[in-house]
Write a protein that binds this ligand. Structure first.
Ligand SMILES: C[S@@+](CC[C@H](N)C(=O)[O-])C[C@H]1O[C@@H](n2cnc3c(N)ncnc32)[C@H](O)[C@@H]1O
Length: 208
């Protein structure tokens, strides 16, 4: 394909990609909320994913039809809102875990502002809470203490409705800290895993 045709195809794809997620953002009470939270994170040095990652979550959740989403590491809820907006389209929900009480209460306020009723936030230690959760999940986002990823996945692997998608953040920025997690998902024969090199690096794994 010559270069100009490729450019036109890319432009069409980008336009559709942006439209898909713009519709979702506009649907929120106060359509600038995601930008507001992003700014809060920057101003208060709270690491969060960005809009590109949010859009990727939207696409993954909507195309996979995921209904039961687990997030480890809410922060103040930026990623959670992207996940919950997409889940809502599937009549699905998000369970999110955050150990920092201040982050948890700010996130709860943002969820109210976003008018999202499909989020359940548990305030506590993921490794403790995960042991007492009976729910099953078809989509998981891991974004908490980097050297605990391997322990999270071991607890989560018994709670998956397969096929399930697991996304782990910081696969590039904290490659050493998450090395045992990456080794696990990249070598197990029932897991297909790929590094998506956007932002801090997302490891996308398909558990079959
Ligand atoms: C990088 S921030 C999450 C950002 C959020 N996912 C986003 O993109 O908007 C990581 C969060 O994980 C929380 N966290 C770290 N270790 C945790 C643990 N063991 N259990 C629960 N929360 C944890 C931290 O308090 C922090 O708020």
């Amino acid at each position: 394909m010559d270069n100009s045709k490729l450019k036109i195809k890319e432009a069409i794809f980008r336009e559709e990609f942006d439209k898909l997620t713009e519709d979702m953002k506009e649907d929120m009470a106060g359509s600038n909320l995601l930008e507001e939270i992003d700014k809060y994170c920057i101003d208060n040095s709270i690491p969060n994913v960005d809009e590109q990652v949010g859009k990727l979550f939207s696409i993954l959740v909507k195309t996979s039809g995921a209904k039961n989403i687990l997030e480890i590491g809410t922060g103040v809820g930026y990623s959670t809102i992207w996940l919950a907006l997409a889940a809502r389209e599937n009549k699905g929900k998000v369970l999110t875990i955050e150990r920092n009480s201040n982050h948890a209460s700010i996130a709860r306020e943002y969820f109210k502002k976003a008018n999202l009723k499909n989020i359940n936030l548990l305030n506590g230690e993921a490794l403790v809470l995960l042991q007492n959760i009976d729910e099953k999940f078809d989509f998981v986002f891991i974004d908490a203490t980097k050297d605990e990823y391997i322990y999270y996945i071991k607890l989560i692997s018994t709670k998956l409705v397969k096929p399930a998608l697991i996304v782990a953040d910081n696969a590039i920025s904290h490659a050493i800290e998450v090395a045992d997690y990456l080794d696990y998902v990249r070598t197990d024969e029932n897991i297909s895993s790929v590094l998506i090199p956007i932002r801090a690096g997302l490891e996308l794994s398909y558990f079959n």
